[in-house]
Write a protein that binds this ligand. Structure first.
Ligand code: FAD
Length: 470
């Protein structure tokens, strides 16, 4: 392979961090090779993360709507049923199309692609055990580690991907479980719980902390939890999982209050373990070249994504920061820009977060709790979708927009949206925060009517004045 010639940049890992870095590097005129062990590009995100989960969230939402909402819009069926194999096939088709699309982008941009498991021989040489069974050495002046993350297991529990599953197994169940227990009330657990709940599973979410998604604005989180409870998702908060045992065809969980106390048991057909993700650097040979990691195993880098070993960089889920695909992509571009002698920048305070349930919850900037803790004087403007004409017209009016702005300057500090498509609506706010806008800037921007986006305009208005439609 031409991978044995010296590259300017070698990227280990073809996820959203790695493949984006590789394409950007090639676009900047650097000779680039990307090494990926999976056999397909796109990493966790495309293969077993963002994309398949969004496919199933959409399909299950359509089924749920057909069952519960179509009739009130005057669309009637004699019966609606789930064809799980067809649903899974549509998901697989989306994944296959997108992963192949990245291979196409590699060809177009002349990124050399080596399929295999990479490990460091030296800070400028990577030995690759190829998926075909051979071995090749890839040399590079700069090497970027983009090996991502893996599921975090829990002590005393074995993930078999059948009864006790990670998100990967939960994306490929062959039957709808009657009872699904989700361990961990983070984004992934709530999304996968929503998918199977809509398809008919009884879903119980067990969470050690006192709240679901702790990073979310408290007020929005409370409404979000109520909404999920209305959808029949049950929550057992402040609860510790003591053990999980497979008994015949079912799984028995032993639980106890987080603060200690009497144990209880819970039965399930399937248990989803979604208690977080850990950086993945297994077999990479970091010790051999002396790359420093923190206690959690994350690679320590400076603001230029450089590790302590000259010429070795790291990006994405394998370094500290939010474990999100778009953050990994931003890291990838900035890292390569530095390597190419340009300036790169990622503002980690302005990385949006989205939970793709229904309604979705999206946010950017600070929560009210964070602003309070900073001792900043602030104002809050809120607007409910119940007062938004588009949301009412389509009978999808659950949710709220909350804008937090600094009192003296009116500068926007944080925006939180719970609604259908909040993940799309949030980007107006993301742009506003990136440009240091005031809430009045949004309020005085003409928004098309009737759109859900008008709710953001009105919430912005409500921070310093009165909204019109409330
Ligand atoms: P990864 O995507 O993990 O890619 C790393 C790649 O490196 C892998 O393909 C791996 O095979 C390869 N690799 C590892 N070691 C080696 C080696 N030694 N040699 C060769 N190759 C190697 N994020 C969002 O932003 N939005 C979402 O909606 C979202 N949904 C998610 C849903 C689920 C169920 C999961 C699990 C995750 C989700 N995420 C989401 C998180 C997102 O997938 C990750 O943040 C993102 O994939 C991180 O990108 P990365 O490039 O750092 O690593």
């Amino acid at each position: 392979a031409s991978g044995s010639d010296e590259n300017d940049v070698v990227v280990i890992g073809g996820g959203p961090g790695g493949y984006v870095a590789a394409i950007k590097a090639a676009q900047l005129g650097l000779k680039t090779t990307c090494i990926e062990k999976r056999g397909t590009l796109g990493g966790t995100c495309l293969n077993v993360g963002c994309i398949p989960s969004k496919a199933l969230l959409h399909s299950s939402h359509m089924y749920h709507e057909a069952q519960h909402s179509f009739a009130s819009h005057g669309v009637k069926f004699s019966s609606v049923e789930v064809d799980l194999p067809a649903m899974m096939a549509q998901k697989d088709k989306a994944v296959a199309g997108l992963t192949r699309g990245i291979e196409g982008l590699f060809k177009k941009n002349k990124v050399n692609y080596v399929k295999g498991y990479g490990k460091f021989l030296s800070p400028s040489e990577v030995s690759v055990d190829t998926v075909e069974g051979g071995n090749t050495i890839v040399k590079g002046k700069n090497i970027i580690i983009a090996t991502g993350s893996d599921v975090k297991s829990l002590p005393g529990l074995t993930i078999d991907e059948k009864r006790i599953v990670s998100s990967t197994g939960a994306l490929a169940l062959t039957e709808i479980p009657k009872k699904l227990v989700v361990i961990g009330a983070g984004y992934i657990g709530l999304e996968m719980g929503s998918v199977w709940g809509r398809l008919g599973s009884e879903v119980t979410v067990v969470e050690f902390a006192s709240d679901i998604v702790p990073t979310m604005d408290g007020e929005v989180r409370k409404q979000f939890q109520r909404s999920l409870e209305k959808q029949k998702m049950k929550f057992m908060l402040k609860t510790k999982v003591v053990s999980v045992d497979t008994v015949g065809d079912s799984v028995k969980l032993t639980l106890e209050p987080a603060a200690g106390g009497e144990q209880t048991t819970l039965e399930a057909d399937v248990v989803l373990v979604s208690a977080g993700r850990v950086p993945f650097t297994s077999g990479l040979g970091l010790d051999k070249i002396g790359v420093e990691t923190d206690k959690a195993g994350r690679i320590l880098v400076n603001e230029r994504f450089a590790s302590n070993v000259p010429g070795v960089y790291a990006i994405g889920d394998v370094i500290p920061g939010p474990m999100l695909a778009h953050k990994a992509e931003e890291d990838g571009v900035a890292c390569v820009e530095f390597i190419a002698g340009k300036e790169g920048h990622v503002d980690y305070d302005l990385v949006p977060g989205v939970c793709y349930t229904h309604p979705e919850v999206a946010s950017v900037g600070k929560t009210e709790e964070q602003v309070k803790a900073l001792g900043v004087d602030y104002r809050v403007g809120k607007f409910p979708f119940l007062a938004n004409s588009r949301a009412k017209a389509i009978d999808d009016a659950e949710g709220i927009v909350k804008v937090i702005a600094e009192k003296g300057t009116d500068k926007i500090l944080g925006v939180h949206i719970m609604s259908s498509n909040a993940g799309e609506l949030i980007h107006e706010a993301v742009l506003a925060l990136n440009y240091g806008a005031s809430s009045e800037d949004i309020a005085r921007t003409c928004h098309a009517h009737p759109t859900m986006s008008e709710a953001l305009k009105e919430a912005a208005m409500a921070t310093y004045d009165k909204p019109i439609h409330m």
